[in-house]
Design a protein around this ligand. Structure first.
Ligand code: ADP
Ligand code: MG
Length: 556
């Protein structure tokens, strides 16, 4: 048996790999399972093109087995296996991908589901193992081979015995160190959860012998443990199913299973796109504001899958900030992954997907607004503030997307109304969209400044959120109607029998008041807008009293 050496660069590469490419050690299992799935896919593909082969889905599976005593973990598959030459080139040359070669040779298009492409994933096993043994028998071959390596100093290949076609990979799990615990990689519970997390939608069953307990026969309170082979992954991802086969409950279950939230989603969007970029997505509009939503701790993002394998838990680039409340996932075969399959190298495809998704979310919200007002109001009470932030931020760049989704409390309707509804009710002589700011609807109702506008029969929008006026300043107008605060000096309402005489008659009193209030007010004038109140404030410029309060409370 001849011992072969890795080339010098390979040695360095392997060390680099093992120590730096992956941010989490647990992904080694994702990589080995992905390879096993690829190996089965290859048989499946061969069977499609070769009549002498048949593919009976039931006889293909992946098995994960831990042996605590011997500290080994074995991943077995019934896939295509490897010849001696393939072992040499696929596992002996780092960054050589047999799977990529397979796709090229067979001219498989991108949308084919074979996962491998970089030829590095296999070596991630060395993050948790001192030694890796691969026993494999290739489809159509009588011989089996064993590949063995303890990492950077090389590998051996020798003949061995194996009955069936496929591959069996055994990891000798490392001993614990002070910093790292490796015991977990032979723990049934932990392995199950890693499989669920990354490989739930691998299309072949991933089996494990799982310990269960049952009542001992003939006994009423004594339990015994027994082993049972179970399939850990759910295999067919819900997003690949036909919408018509799925019920609201299925979507709600998926939401809960994925821990997107503890509430029930208000609405979901399920979309499959085939085109310049293909993807499936399931998105949710939650009902309740997560407790940390309006804090720095909240992280927006969607789960990102590539061919059913989880790549990223929270891909932030898929959602604009103003829709940061949306939960869900995207699966696409068209992503440019980097070598660790963790972060994306180019984001062109991702941007496209993000744009599409953005439009979908908007139209779903408009849909709710139109067809299920109560739900929309629930949504708006939870996340409306975020939409208003969205209008305000980026210098109003998003106002076109968002303005139709805004709602404010109305003096007339005594409930939330949209700007469009406001406009449609405006009397002909009304020039502006009037609003009043204050701490609460009750307080605004009592503002003296609202009296004249209300008396004219004009509707007033109540702004009780700090962001409201700032957002409106960015909008400036809606459908060519400008916004006007009820406390601005010119309300655009004819206050004809102007106040000159009154002003003259009371000049002394006004001068006296101005003197006493000195720099607190700019002027004291007679007003026609008051009815039951003796006095009110008004502002000259763009900044209203409420905004002044907020601005002066802000740190410089
Ligand atoms: P990738 O999967 O990106 O190609 P890997 O380092 O994970 O890279 O695997 C290298 C190659 O080794 C694969 O492309 C495949 O040809 C081969 N290989 C790995 N695991 C198996 C397996 N379980 N069965 C058959 N071939 C395998
Ligand atoms: Mg791989």
């Amino acid at each position: 048996m001849e011992k072969k050496l890795f080339k010098a660069e390979s040695k360095r590469l392997l060390e680099m790999m093992i120590n730096s490419i992956y941010s989490q050690k647990e992904i080694f299992l994702r990589e080995l399972i992905s390879n096993a799935s690829d190996a089965i896919d290859k048989i499946y593909y061969k069977a499609l093109t070769d009549d002498s082969l048949s593919f009976n889905k039931d006889s293909y599976y992946i098995k994960v087995a831990a042996d605590k005593e011997n500290r080994t973990l074995t991943i077995t598959d019934t896939g295509i296996g490897m010849t001696k030459e393939e072992l040499e080139s696929n596992l002996g040359i780092i960054a050589q991908s047999g799977s990529l070669a397979f796709k090229t040779e067979n001219e498989l298009k991108d949308e084919h589901e074979i996962i491998g492409q970089f030829g590095v994933g296999f070596y991630s096993a060395f993050m948790v193992a001192d030694e890796v043994t691969v026993i494999t028998k290739a489809l159509g071959s009588d011989e089996a081979f064993m590949w063995q390596s303890a990492g950077a100093d090389g590998y051996t290949i020798e003949s061995t015995q194996k009955d069936s076609v496929g591959t069996e990979i055994t990891l000798k799990i490392k001993e614990n160190t002070e910093e790292e615990n490796y015991d977990e990689y032979v723990e049934e519970y932990r392995l199950k959860s890693i499989i669920k997390k990354y490989s739930d939608f691998i299309r072949y069953p991933i089996k494990m012998d799982v310990t269960e307990s049952r009542l001992k026969e003939g006994s009423e309170n004594e339990y015994e443990e027994y082993q049972e082979e179970q399939t850990i992954n759910s295999m067919v991802p819900i997003w690949r199913k036909n919408k018509s086969e799925l019920t609201d409950e299925d979507y709600e279950n998926f939401y809960a299973e994925k821990h997107y939230g503890f509430d029930k989603p208000l609405a979901h969007i399920h979309t499959s796109v085939d085109g310049a970029v293909s993807y499936h997505a399931i998105l949710y509009i939650p009902e309740k504001t997560p407790f940390d939503y309006y804090s720095k701790e909240y992280e927006k993002g969607l789960e990102l899958y590539s061919n059913g394998v989880l790549i990223m838990n929270k891909c932030a680039d898929l959602l604009p900030d103003y829709f940061s409340f949306v939960k869900g996932m995207v699966d696409s075969p068209d992503l440019s992954l980097n070598i660790s399959r963790e972060i994306l190298q180019h984001d062109r495809q991702l941007k496209r997907i993000a744009n599409n998704i953005n439009k979908k979310i908007k139209s779903e919200l408009q849909n709710l607004l139109k067809n299920d007002r109560d739900k929309y109001v629930t949504f708006y009470e939870s996340f409306g503030r975020q939409l208003k932030y969205g209008v305000y931020s980026d210098f109003g760049a998003n106002k076109d997307v968002l303005q139709d989704l805004l709602m404010f409390y109305s003096s007339k309707e005594k409930k939330l109304v949209t700007l469009d509804e406001y406009i449609s009710r405006m009397p002909e002589d009304q020039k502006y969209i009037y609003y009043a700011s204050g701490e609460s609807n009750e307080r605004i109702e009592k503002l003296p400044q609202t009296e004249l506008v209300s008396e004219k029969g004009y509707e007033i929008l109540y702004f009780t959120d700090e962001v409201d006026e700032f957002a409106i300043k960015m909008l400036m107008s809606y459908k060519e109607k400008e916004f006007k605060s009820v406390s601005s000096s010119d309300l655009g309402i004819d206050e004809k029998e102007k106040t000159e005489t009154e002003e003259k008659e009371n000049k002394d009193l006004f001068d006296f008041m101005k003197n006493i209030l000195s720099d607190k007010v700019k002027d004291v004038r007679a007003s026609k807008r008051l009815r039951s109140h003796p006095v009110c404030f008004s502002t000259d410029g763009e900044v209203t009293i409420e905004m002044e309060k907020i601005l002066s409370a802000m740190p410089d």
